[in-house]
Design a protein. Sequence first.
Length: 176
Amino acid sequence: MVEWVDKKTVFEGSILTVKTGRVLTAGGESVAYDIVEHAGGVAVVPLLDDSVLLVRQPRVAVEQDLLEIPAGKLERGDDDPAGRAQAELGEEIGYRAGRLELVADFFVSPGFSTERIVVFLAFDLEHVGAHPESTEDLQLVRLPLAEVRRMLDAREFRDSKTIIGLRELLAHLDHS
């Protein structure tokens, strides 16, 4: 287990907190360490007939538009990732899942960040009408499963949660 010798908050923003301090190693050495605390998020792979519903959106941090599965951040203390996943489906693509299946739960970059993503597959979709947040600039993209496979094989997706979620969907379908 990690033992902090000292730790202090150096930045607190709307979606993350940066802390710095010193950690005691297993060998007893005190080393400087910085971490980014993030409440985490959910991501959903919506399957509609033989297609996956994705969103294309601008990502300021990488200065690119990325093709991604619907996703959103959790609020601190939010212990209902499935409920958040349903909300993101409605907000971003206008669907509600009749069935959600948890397929992945991972830390994005555990070397310096607490961010954790929970990924669901969404089945039996019902159209309810999209209502994206005013700050979101989303374009709905419907991709046939064959195109998803081709794009994964060609390494055309650049977002980790999307790659993981789509691979989990294909594995699920291959074993069904």
